[in-house]
Design a protein around this ligand. Structure first.
Ligand code: PMP
Length: 471
């Protein structure tokens, strides 16, 4: 998730529910995100529910961090993993390939209608973003006339692209960056995201807001030197940090045009928003743009195994093919057979069970119920989303849109309250990157096979949780 408590205070609110686990915090050898607090221990799962070791069934309204898109107990994926384990659990991709990795790459490339032509398979979203950044640099070095001066990246404020130094440098999550500012890369520029709730001026049309954002990107190119920019990186639909903000019509197209004008690459990070979450397999399909490089992760393997990917546009592949013929990057677990077998099965199931229409239909229903329930709430400033990816942003005052102070940890408190046995719902907290400008929010991201009654339960339980916390 996106939430980042203040860096000087690692103690979160008390873990609710029944914290009795038989293993005291002192005995635990695991380092948790909340160092002095041990989270609930999940011992099992069934469909949309997580089951604690004490038997509490928690409605997983967020698929973790928008990951478990088939729910928690799909036998078909479990069997595919077992089969692969018995065939070959691992082989080193520097020396060999394997059928699972080949099949997954073909599924991914085919899913783009041939617009993207190669896949690079890694183990996490962060790694996929790192690979994309390095791939962009290598692309310019291997053009017939190399462009080694292209050493700057531009991305967006309040963005999150991963937790390693490179991905954290392009990202702009103030809370997560704070400790490391001195060692983060300086060759990055950050422009405003497309965020109508706070970014659009009153009376401004969509067209002029989009034009203003494109001009800001143009100005950033000019500030850095247009031919020094390697790539612009953005999430197709802003996920954890801003909280489920769909792009306005024409926005991504306008941003890509600015990149094209200056010869820079256009990278879409679909780690969270891709692989069906927004209603189409690739979120860019709804935006009339095709990226040069595209990352994907969470819904790719649905949490059954760690896996992420990078897709390359044909012209990037062609350049590398004519150049050194190899991506100057390799990782031990690249194309991992078991992870790839899991992802192949997940992707087949999304097609076999016809889940994307369900994402769109249940997503519309979720949006409708959220609007009905919360549009009139005095502290819900914005209800927004697309597909099965929705957020509520909280404000102290709806007129001024004044956010709650980060120290109040409002979103985190809502998350923790949701885990009480009387609510038993897991909600994803976020706080705009802890910059104090954007409000706290919670995200909802149910599995793609969710039902109307689960959607109703999610909204009902969320509403009771918010009532306890905010009145
Ligand atoms: N990019 C985006 C857009 C993300 O949402 C995330 C994770 N929330 C990442 C990158 C990093 O992925 P991971 O946590 O798998 O490393």
């Amino acid at each position: 998730g996106d939430y980042q408590p203040e860096t000087t205070d690692v103690v979160g609110p008390a873990t609710p529910g029944k914290p009795e686990t038989g293993i005291s915090q002192d005995q635990s050898s695991v380092l948790y995100h909340q160092i002095r607090q041990k989270p609930l221990n999940i011992a099992g799962g069934r469909g949309s529910y997580l089951i604690t070791e004490d038997g509490l069934e928690i409605l997983d309204a967020t698929c973790g961090a928008a990951v478990s898109c088939l729910g928690h107990s799909d036998k078909r994926v479990q069997e595919a993993i077992m089969e692969q384990l018995q065939k070959i659990p691992y082989c080193y991709s520097m020396f060999f390939t394997n059928t699972a990795a080949e099949s997954l790459s073909k599924i991914l490339v085919d899913s783009t209608g041939g617009k993207m032509t190669r896949a690079f398979i890694v183990s996490s979203g962060t790694e996929a973003v790192e690979a994309a950044l390095k791939m962009a640099v290598q692309y310019f070095m291997e053009l017939p006339t190399p462009q080694p001066q292209r050493a700057n990246f531009i991305s967006r404020k309040q963005s999150y692209h991963g937790n390693t130094l490179g991905s954290l440098s392009v990202g702009h999550h103030v809370g997560r960056r704070a400790l490391y500012e001195k060692v983060l890369a300086k060759n990055t520029g950050h422009v405003a995201p497309c965020y109508p709730y706070r970014g659009m001026q009153s009376g401004e049309s969509v067209e002029s807001y989009v034009a203003r954002l494109a001009q800001e990107l143009e100005d950033e190119f000019q500030r850095l030197g247009p031919d020094t920019v390697c790539a612009f990186v953005a999430e197709t639909m802003a996920g954890a940090t801003l909280g489920c903000v769909p792009p306005l019509p024409g926005y991504l197209k306008a941003m890509k045009e600015v990149c094209g004008r200056h010869g820079a690459l256009f990278i879409l990070d679909e780690v969270m928003s891709g692989m069906g979450r927004t209603g189409t397999l690739h979120a860019w399909e709804q935006e009339d743009v095709v990226p040069d490089l595209q990352t994907m992760a969470k819904g790719l393997g649905a949490g059954y195994a760690p896996i992420a990917g990078l897709l390359l546009n044909k012209h990037v592949v062609d350049t590398l093919t004519k150049g050194t013929g190899a991506f100057s990057h390799s990782q031990t677990y690249q194309g991992h057979p078991v992870s790839c077998a899991a992802a192949v099965r997940v992707q087949q199931i999304i097609q076999e069970d016809n889940l994307l229409p369900n994402v769109r239909a249940m997503g519309d229903y979720l949006g409708q119920l959220l609007h009905e329930k919360f549009d009139g709430h005095p502290h819900v400033g914005d209800v927004r989303g697309r597909g099965l990816f929705w957020a509520l942003e909280f404000v102290q005052d709806k007129e001024t849109k004044e956010p709650y102070p980060p120290a109040k940890k409002l979103a985190w408190t809502i998350h923790v309250t949701g885990l009480k046995p009387e609510y038993a719902i897991s909600l994803m907290p976020g706080n705009g990157g802890a910059d104090g400008i954007n409000g706290d929010h919670i995200c909802l991201a149910p599995p793609y096979n969710t039902t109307r009654s689960e959607i109703e339960m999610i909204v009902e339980r969320t509403s009771r949780v918010i009532k306890e916390v905010l009145g």
